[in-house]
Design a protein around this ligand. Structure first.
Ligand SMILES: [Fe+2]
Length: 383
């Protein structure tokens, strides 16, 4: 099989990188950017910091992106872009703001409704290169959307989290400044960090031949395991925040190889139960690792080593089980709940979520084929 390997955009990385925003905007000839963010980022002062850096230059702001964005986070943003006669997009936030901004940017030059770009119907083939310039500024270390080729928007027409995927969606430049994550609360640091863990780990286990992504994914697992507990405990630790920001980027690069059943189960939990995406992954990950064990023994044994387990003298089976234990311990250490029911999910939601999980394309890269009975069993196991 022939596949396309692409590695990301220009990434300006490091504490203080945000100060380069004006010069990066200048290089991209972004003279009237639309700044896209969410109300939380606007409230905490980060939006003011960005608009302060833009100084006297003209810009417009759309700060109404929802968590788990829908069309309501996209089309009104397009209106603000057009009425402000903007020429570029600056996205500021976590995965929701970055994904909404990517969809706004797409809609500036692409007339079809968003569902026509759905990856499940190869909608990416309809996406051309003529998107306005975009600068992505991450304020969490999780999604990696700042370097990724996809956006995930919940659409009425599909009734699910819809993945739109095209190399043209990669932001022109990503600014990764760990200082912007210093004040992220511990519970969000934990949940977003486990999203990064899941991207790296699922990518490493996913089917397909991609040794470059494998190498990045397994190293990403190691970096998250070593640094996430520190970042949760003391959010102002420069080294841990810096490493977590790198690991989030690595996860998004690695998952161009593919994700897996954790993400297919996770997406309906956000649309149906409103759960935070990272938290869904954290709870589901050990369950799906156990499900995958019969076909992924050796890879899970590698994961155990990356998680810091001393696997000396262990069989591959034992090491794989130790990897699952290590993820459960990590979740515990960073204070995340163990069960879906502790995160607001009700048992009667499961039958609604199973077909949505089956309709989600991520499962197609999972190392073990996942039937709808398996999906139900996994939801019930994690419930
Ligand atoms: Fe994710």
């Amino acid at each position: 099989m022939i596949s396309t390997w692409s590695f990301p955009n220009r990434i300006v990385f490091g504490c203080g990188a945000i100060e380069q925003l004006p010069s990066i905007a200048g290089l991209l000839e972004a003279r009237r950017p639309l700044v896209v963010t969410d109300p939380g980022v606007a409230r905490c002062g980060l939006l003011a910091r960005i608009t302060g850096l833009l100084g006297n230059s003209a810009y417009a702001v759309f700060d109404r992106v929802e968590g788990n964005p829908t069309e309501a986070s996209v089309y009104p943003g397009v209106d603000v872009y057009q009425s402000g006669r903007c020429d570029s997009v600056i996205a500021l936030g976590g995965g929701s703001a970055l994904d909404a901004a990517k969809a706004i940017r797409l809609k500036i030059t692409h007339d079809l409704p968003l569902e026509e770009y759905d990856d499940l119907k190869n909608g990416g083939d309809r996406i051309t290169a003529d998107l306005p310039p975009m600068i992505a500024i991450a304020t969490t270390s999780g999604t990696g959307s700042e370097v990724g080729r996809s956006t995930v928007i919940t659409l009425k027409a599909t009734g699910r989290k819809t993945v739109i995927f095209s190399p043209h969606l990669i932001p022109s430049v990503a600014i990764a400044d760990p200082e912007l994550t210093f004040d992220l609360p511990a519970h969000l640091t934990a949940a977003t960090g486990m999203d990064a863990m899941t991207h790296n780990l699922e990518a490493y286990l996913s089917i397909g031949f991609h040794p470059m992504c494998d190498a990045i994914g397994i190293k990403g697992v190691e970096i998250v395991a070593r640094n996430l507990p520190v970042a949760v405990r003391d959010g102002r630790t420069v080294e841990a925040r810096t490493n977590m920001m790198a690991a989030a980027i690595m996860g998004a690069v690695a998952f161009q190889k593919g994700l897996g059943t954790v993400h297919s189960l996770a997406h309906p939990l956000s649309t149906v139960a409103g759960m935070h995406h990272g938290l869904t992954n954290a709870i589901l990950l050990p369950h799906v690792m156990r499900f995958n064990l019969p076909v992924s023994r050796d890879r899970l044994a590698d994961v155990a080593v990356a998680l810091g387990v001393d696997t000396h003298g262990m069989t591959a089976d034992h090491a794989a089980l130790a990897a699952i234990d290590a993820i459960e311990k990590l979740n515990d250490e960073i204070g995340l709940p163990k069960r879906l029911r502790d995160a607001g999910v009700r048992e009667e939601m499961i039958p609604t979520m199973v077909p949505l999980a089956m309709a989600d394309g991520c499962r197609l890269c999972n190392p073990r084929t996942t039937s709808s009975e398996d999906m139900e069993m996994l939801y019930r196991g994690a419930f």
